[in-house]
Design a protein around this ligand. Structure first.
Ligand SMILES: Nc1ncnc2c1ncn2[C@@H]1O[C@H](COP(=O)(O)OP(=O)(O)OP(=O)(O)O)[C@@H](O)[C@H]1O
Ligand SMILES: [Mg+2]
Length: 352
């Protein structure tokens, strides 16, 4: 199936074309002659092939049957990888919030998504988390993040290995090497759990009847660290806030990186982060809370790091300083005072 054919199946009406910034995929929403709507996702050289995505979909369908649209077919031709799935809705929760605002109805849907995920975490938890068997490997993700930083910042700011002192709003936070070493180190949870591996509002479809559906099963699996999943449920809102409201400058001398920035408002985090905070408190134990907070902080830091190449490639250089600065603050011990981590500690409702 060629890219052109994927977008114009005979007799179908093309409702929407979505170009994803993250995987580089194109998704065609097609209303078929019989009335059903399908999503045809076409990716060049995907990190996870469509046949493996279909297997991971099966893991999700076992636990989230009514929330998992069916896979209708997969194909690989030349370097193009295609997966066709049922499309129970046209808009994601993220898009719905952008269109109509953060309504109470949309908040309740997000809360139900998180509660349903946590119920599955608790029912599938098994002792023996092994990072080498984890569906998402923290070490590998960090190294990709580091590579991305080198690729997009070296020309302007020198290679990260030369940042021996990083000044964040006037405070010396030490070298990038030290921060990166700390980012790599996370403790092990007591158990591994089954989860959708990329739970953010762009991967939740909302239908007009109020039902919700998980899509994008690339990283779904039964060997996840629940603290990493909390970092996605929480950090994805923080990332959105930073992209919308943060701004600053980044400059370099031969051995020093200077980041000056303001975070701005964090309305999404403060509202939509609440269910993630509830999830955290349901999963942690008093003896483990400090370690769990520190590990969630590092996982959130990694999400910020991974946003930097996208921001630079989109010409949004004012985001370099806040994304990198907050990544370092969350990693190097200042996390307990950080707005995202403070939310996890606050009693339910306190931050509303
Ligand atoms: N089955 C589907 N039904 C309706 N819309 C879909 C479906 N699958 C994908 N989409 C739309 O296409 C977008 C991108 O698809 P998907 O999330 O699978 O790709 P992605 O590139 O991996 O995204 P990301 O990595 O940013 O989460 C979704 O956010 C959604 O808007
Ligand atoms: Mg997605």
């Amino acid at each position: 199936m060629s890219r052109h054919e994927a977008g114009s199946q005979a007799g179908s009406l093309l409702l929407r074309t979505i170009r994803s910034g993250t995987s580089g995929a194109e998704v065609f929403l097609l209303r078929q002659p019989g009335g059903a709507t399908v999503a045809t996702k076409v990716t060049r050289n995907p990190r996870v092939s469509s046949s493996v995505q279909a297997q991971r979909h099966a893991v999700m369908a076992k636990h989230f049957a009514s929330h998992t649209p069916a896979v209708l077919g997969t194909a690989t031709e030349a370097a193009l990888d295609v997966i066709v799935t049922a499309a129970p809705a046209v808009w994601s929760l993220d898009e719905a919030i952008a269109r109509v605002g953060p309504t109470p109805e949309l908040y309740l849907i997000w809360q139900d998504v998180v509660n349903t995920l946590v119920t599955v975490w608790r029912s599938t938890a098994e002792p023996g988390f092994d990072p080498t068997r984890a569906t998402r490997n923290h070490d590998l993700r960090c190294r990709r993040g580091h590579q991305g930083l080198e690729d997009v910042l070296t020309t302007d700011l020198g290679p990260p290995s030369r940042w021996l002192s990083i000044m964040i709003n006037g405070s010396d936070m030490g070298s990038w090497f030290r921060a990166f070493e700390q980012l790599l180190v996370v403790g092990r949870p007591d158990s591994h759990i089954t989860c959708h591996g990329d739970p953010h509002a762009g991967n939740v479809l909302v239908a007009s009847d109020g039902t919700w559906h998980l899509i994008d099963w690339e990283w779904s699996g039964d060997h996840h660290d629940w603290r990493m999943m909390v970092s996605h449920l929480l950090g994805s809102w923080y990332v959105r806030d930073l992209l919308d409201h943060a701004s600053g400058t980044a400059s370099a001398t031969p051995d020093r990186l200077v980041l000056d920035y303001a975070i701005g408002e964090t309305p999404r985090l403060r509202q939509f982060g609440i269910p993630a905070a509830d999830a955290f408190r349901r999963m942690t134990t008093p003896a483990r809370t400090e370690q769990d907070l520190s590990d969630v902080a590092r996982y959130v830091a990694l999400l910020l790091l991974r946003e930097i190449p996208r921001a630079v490639l989109a010409g949004r250089r004012h985001l370099i300083a806040p994304l990198l600065g907050e990544c370092i603050r969350l990693t190097t011990g200042e996390h307990s005072n950080h707005p995202a981590i403070r939310l996890l500690k606050a009693p339910v409702g306190a931050a509303r």
